[in-house]
Write a protein that binds this ligand. Structure first.
Ligand code: HMG
Length: 384
């Protein structure tokens, strides 16, 4: 039996800013953002979207009525949850009409949470082959206006259905992981923006990639030659490139891996960091945009969550994978976004649900997405 990603869906905000505009507004050479960081555009999240609505919009794309009845586990990976107690997965299950005979819960470990969910889902389906598990990764990346991290903001959600005999990627169960108490990025309970030691975080990312990659090679006896491509957690696209370059120098297939890396960054360069979803958007980007990959080709996946947890694992492309369909869906979503000026973005950025208590009603007619946040009343979030 094979187990893996049977369906995958993506959602991001209908609004974006251009990185050249942002650079000009911040008095920075645009090439720093476009080449040095490797980002072209960034999603801006309106007040009518949060991690729950984005996850619901991503998952609604892929689920049939039969899936909704058969799902017996909903795992929600996020570090920008909507409640300190209640899991976002419960709201999601309700919005999507998923069977109530399901386990529904949230996992947090910075950008790594959804990977823990995927690994748990694989084990669950191996034990219960008729199960289907919905794993979502949904986040809004915020560092603050006029900060060094601003160019690495963004947001969005990826939804994955994990089943037996998957139609996209069979996960082969080979995995290496590493964790340690590191203060590179965190978000105290009283803050909406992350605290980050930026350059330190990039060093730790590369260190954790090397540790998990070397451990994976030791465990599996595989080498770079066994991989057709690698995808990375992409807080910004240059980060993954640096990590890949730290291991490919002497590989015979170095050029091929670097070539495929370009495909795996196309969508992330348009969206920015979506924390838990970034690795899985990179996977979507590779699978939708590369025309040189074939069924059975092996893909490596590196997941990193600050604080810190890293994991390198692998899978092979399914025979029945439909590239054109995936590409159509994501291209359509990104092409239909509306560009904001920098003053419009700054206003939208500051307009979200406040941390302080109070009644809030948003203008939901401004957002045509299938699921939106209407506001907060009597301390309860209201979704439609
Ligand atoms: P910075 O200090 O503004 O940028 O912060 P810099 O001075 O390091 O420059 C960046 C690159 O641009 C450099 O290239 C420059 O040379 C180049 P590099 O040396 O790195 O190859 N550059 C130019 N290139 C072309 N033309 C020019 C030009 N000028 C400069 N004119 C930093 C950058 C990423 C640190 C900042 O944006 C930040 O703090 N971001 C947030 C933290 C982050 O994303 N960390 C990534 C690793 S941690 C992670 O992935 C986890 C995370 O997703 C959170 C989670 O797990 O929940 C963040």
């Amino acid at each position: 039996m094979t187990v893996g990603i049977d369906k995958i869906g993506f959602f991001t905000s209908p609004y974006y800013i251009d990185m050249t505009d942002l650079a000009n507004a911040r008095n920075v050479d645009p090439n720093k953002y476009l080449i040095g960081i490797g980002q072209r555009r960034q999603s801006v999240i309106p007040q009518t979207q949060d991690t729950v609505t984005m996850a619901a919009n991503a998952a609604a794309e892929i689920l049939t009525a039969a899936d909704r009845a058969q799902i017996d586990m909903v795992i929600f990976g996020t570090e920008t949850g909507v409640d300190n107690s209640k899991a976002a997965a419960i709201y999601l299950q309700d919005l999507l009409g998923i069977s109530k005979r399901a386990r529904a819960f949230e996992i947090k470990q910075a950008c790594y949470g959804a990977t823990a969910g995927v690994q748990m889902a694989i084990d669950h389906v191996f034990l219960h082959p008729n199960s289907k598990v919905l794993v979502v990764a949904s986040d809004i990346a915020r560092y603050g206006l006029e900060t060094a991290g601003e160019v690495t903001q963004g947001g969005g959600a990826v939804a994955m259905l994990i089943t037996q005999d998957p139609h996209i990627l069979a996960l082969d169960g080979q995995s290496a992981f590493h964790s340690d108490n590191i203060m590179d990025f965190w978000r105290p309970l009283y803050r909406q923006e992350a605290v980050v030691d930026g350059h330190y975080s990039t060093d730790i990312y590369i260190d954790f990639f090397n540790k998990t990659w070397n451990q994976y090679c030791y465990q599996t006896k595989r080498t770079l030659a066994d991989f057709a491509a690698m995808v990375f957690h992409l807080p910004f696209t240059k980060m993954g490139l640096k990590a890949l370059k730290s291991v490919v120098a002497d590989a015979d297939n170095a050029n091929q891996l670097l070539h495929e890396f370009d495909f795996s960054t196309q969508y992330n360069a348009e969206v920015g960091n979506l924390y838990t979803g970034s690795l899985y958007l990179s996977l979507i980007s590779l699978l939708a945009n590369s025309d040189s990959l074939h069924p059975q080709d092996r893909i490596g996946l590196f997941s990193y969550g600050s604080g810190a947890q890293g994991e390198f694992y692998s899978g092979t492309i399914a025979e029945s994978f439909d590239r054109a369909k995936l590409k159509r869906q994501v291209d359509r979503l990104l092409e239909n976004r509306v560009k904001l000026s920098i003053p419009e973005y700054e206003k939208m950025y500051q307009s979200g649900l406040p941390l302080s208590a109070g009644e809030v009603t948003f203008d939901i007619d401004s957002d045509q997405s299938r699921f939106v946040l209407r506001g907060r009343h009597s301390d309860q979030l209201e979704y439609v």
